[in-house]
Write a protein that binds this ligand. Structure first.
Ligand code: NDP
Ligand code: 2IT
Length: 448
């Protein structure tokens, strides 16, 4: 192993002993870069990796709000401004009870490379709160968003940091967050958040972008393998924004998604989530106060597997679209044993490093999150462009740009992997391609 890479991984572990998710992604990214670091001694002289793993700024704050009975609650809010070398910090807000510093730092670190890959001028950041939106009323969600933004607005702006959605944060939450920003700042600020509803600056195709992007990336891989999506079965996890967009595009391209899942189990629908009624029902479920995957099984008469993950179901393609570490060695073994040939990451860091290595060693083609799910943030950056120019592109225009971006992410990852002697390794290739641009910008901007 490269000594400099090894040293920075060890130092990062020593400095962040209680942050397993962050250490997981730092290890994965830095070990992918060994061949590059071997050839570029100037990075060590400039302490580039040490700077890369330390966020430029981390904000943590109290969020106090009242429920419908008037009872006060206190949550913790965060914004990690990880790296701004390529542009304003850009990345989502996650509202989920599991949120902590380790999870947001892993997401922020991943976002730096993902945003670099998009070809667009955006730095990387992430934020959120340990607030749980499940079971909350609309008024409670609004009060929480207002309390959260009352502090967050001090740290964001169109040239500093532009948040968006992630788990638990969709169009409704973005609306309340934007409303509070505007109320406190008395300024439109080019829309400041992305993923806004269409009537005030949102971009067409942004809701679909992450899921569509996954399939546009997949199409490039299928073309490389002289294969086609038509007639293929897909196992998906999640039933939220990303799973919905992916299922919709899969149906359009002639495949079928046969599983979706939530925190309490998965549904098997052998006919596929292919009709408009089923696809629209995903949106309805996601928006309902007591959202629960079992609702789908009940409505469409499908098998519900309580407290199980979908990875035992035989499918040609697996696309995790829920959360981190849902594919461990146990699930990777099932995926390989099922003869699955393709695994694309819609969610962020859905697999452990060992699970990825095992699947790759056994011939599964792995498309990594930072490349595969970059279509969401890419269209967010297109939303920023439209807002700053005060215009809106048609859905055809946005869709064409998204397709082009996903192709360039795939091609650039494949090219970098080949250049560094790694064959068609899209995982290492994405890390290298994302890294080279950020590294160049950091070297050029001097030491800080
Ligand atoms: P949503 O909030 O719309 O949906 C989240 C989904 O994941 C739900 O189905 C939820 O099920 C499930 N889920 C969440 N937490 C857990 C958990 N701990 N265990 C099992 N299931 C869980 O989020 P998104 O669709 O936006 O995000 C899904 C993934 O995609 C995340 O990893 C996110 O970071 C990533 N992503 C999102 C982008 C976007 O544009 N939205 C862009 C790029 C990546 P339940 O309600 O039952 O908990
Ligand atoms: O993980 C992600 O890339 C997102 N949640 C989207 C971020 C964004 O700024 O659109």
């Amino acid at each position: 192993m490269n000594a400099y890479v090894q040293r920075v991984i060890e130092e990062t572990k020593a400095k962040n002993p209680d942050q397993p998710e962050f250490l997981q992604t730092v290890t994965e990214v830095l070990t992918s870069l060994e061949n590059v670091i071997d050839q570029h001694p100037e990075y060590e002289k400039a302490a580039l990796l040490e700077r890369l793993v330390e966020p430029e700024r981390q904000v943590m704050f109290r969020v106090a709000w009242t429920d419908d009975e008037g009872k006060p609650h206190v949550n913790r809010g965060y914004r990690i401004q990880f790296n701004g070398a390529l542009g304003p910090y850009k990345g989502g807000l996650r509202f989920h009870p599991s949120v902590n510093l380790s999870i947001l730092k892993f997401l922020g670190f991943e976002q730096v490379f993902k945003n670099s890959l998009t070809t667009l001028p955006i730095g990387g950041g992430k934020g959120g709160s340990d607030f749980d939106p499940h079971g909350k009323s609309d008024a409670e969600i609004m009060r929480f968003c207002q309390a959260f933004m009352t502090e967050l607005q001090r740290h964001i702006g169109p040239n500093t940091d532009v948040p968006a959605g992630d788990i638990g944060v969709g169009g409704r939450e973005i609306g309340y967050l934007f409303g509070q920003y505007r109320r406190v700042r008395d300024s439109w600020d080019n829309g400041v958040l992305t993923g806004k509803p269409l009537t005030y600056g949102g971009s067409l195709i942004r809701p679909e972008a992450t899921g569509y992007g996954v399939l546009y990336y997949a199409e490039q891989v299928f073309a490389h393998e002289h294969d086609s999506i038509k007639g293929k079965t897909f196992a998906l996890s999640g039933y939220g924004n990303v799973a919905w967009g992916a299922a919709k595009k899969i149906a359009e391209l002639g495949g079928k998604a046969v599983t979706i899942s939530g925190h309490n189990g998965y549904v098997y629908d052998p006919d596929g989530i292919v009709t408009e009624e089923k696809l629209n029902y995903l949106l309805e479920m996601r928006a309902s106060r007591n959202a629960n995957i079992k609702m789908y099984a009940d409505k469409f008469g499908c098998e519900f597997h309580e407290n199980e993950k979908p990875w035992g179901v035989k499918a040609d393609v697996c696309i995790p679209c829920a959360t981190q570490n849902e594919v461990t060695m146990e699930e990777a073994k099932k995926i390989v044993a099922n003869g699955t040939k393709y695994y694309f990451e819609g969610a962020n860091m859905p697999a452990t490093n060992e699970a990825i290595a095992y699947m790759q060693e056994n011939g599964v083609i792995v498309g990594p999150a930072k490349a595969v799910n970059a279509g969401g943030v890419a269209v967010s950056a297109l939303e920023m462009s439209q807002n700053s120019e005060r215009l809106s592109w048609t859905s055809e225009e946005v869709n064409a740009k998204l397709k082009q971006i996903m192709k360039s992410i795939h091609d650039n990852s494949a090219k970098c992997a080949a250049e560094y002697g790694l064959g068609y390794d899209l995982v290492k290739g994405a890390n290298i391609a994302g890294f080279l641009k950020v590294a160049d910008a950091m070297m050029s901007q001097g030491l800080f």
